[in-house]
Write a protein of this length. Structure first.
Length: 134
């Protein structure tokens, strides 16, 4: 089974014991800013230099966006290196969760990460807090 550890207050690292596969970042109150799968892919393309990004699967619903990508690059003129990756976003209540696989994740890891990201939910939704004096 997979375990989760808090890497920071708003970041979880998830994966099999001893190995992080999926990063989940919480963006409180940003649920209305859910990007499409295509927007996630374009943001990644814009941030990577020398890496070919091929969309294997991209789906957007009113509650989530998931993109499975094939990334390939040629390092130092050697043989091309190819890996699969996941980018995802999930709206839960008023919050936004951003998901991504870590470098080196296997195809099985990416598929499991996509399923996990798409299924994110609160078991006990956080309560809205009010500023003092309200």
């Amino acid at each position: 089974g997979w375990t989760a550890r808090a890497a920071s207050e708003e970041l979880l690292a998830v994966g099999p014991a001893g190995r992080d596969v999926l990063r989940i970042e919480l963006r409180p109150g940003q649920g209305s800013q859910l990007p499409s799968a295509e927007e996630l892919v374009e943001r990644l393309r814009g941030s990577l230099d020398g890496v070919n990004v091929e969309t294997v699967d991209a789906r957007t619903t009113p509650e989530n966006a998931l993109a499975v990508l094939r990334l390939s690059s040629t390092a130092d003129g050697g043989a091309p290196r190819t890996t699969l990756a996941l980018l995802g976003a999930k709206r839960v209540a008023n919050d936004l969760f951003l998901c991504s696989t870590t470098p080196g994740a296997s195809e099985e890891d990416v598929k499991a990460a996509a399923a996990a990201c798409g299924a994110l939910s609160y078991t006990d939704p956080p309560r809205a807090t009010q500023a003092p004096g309200r």
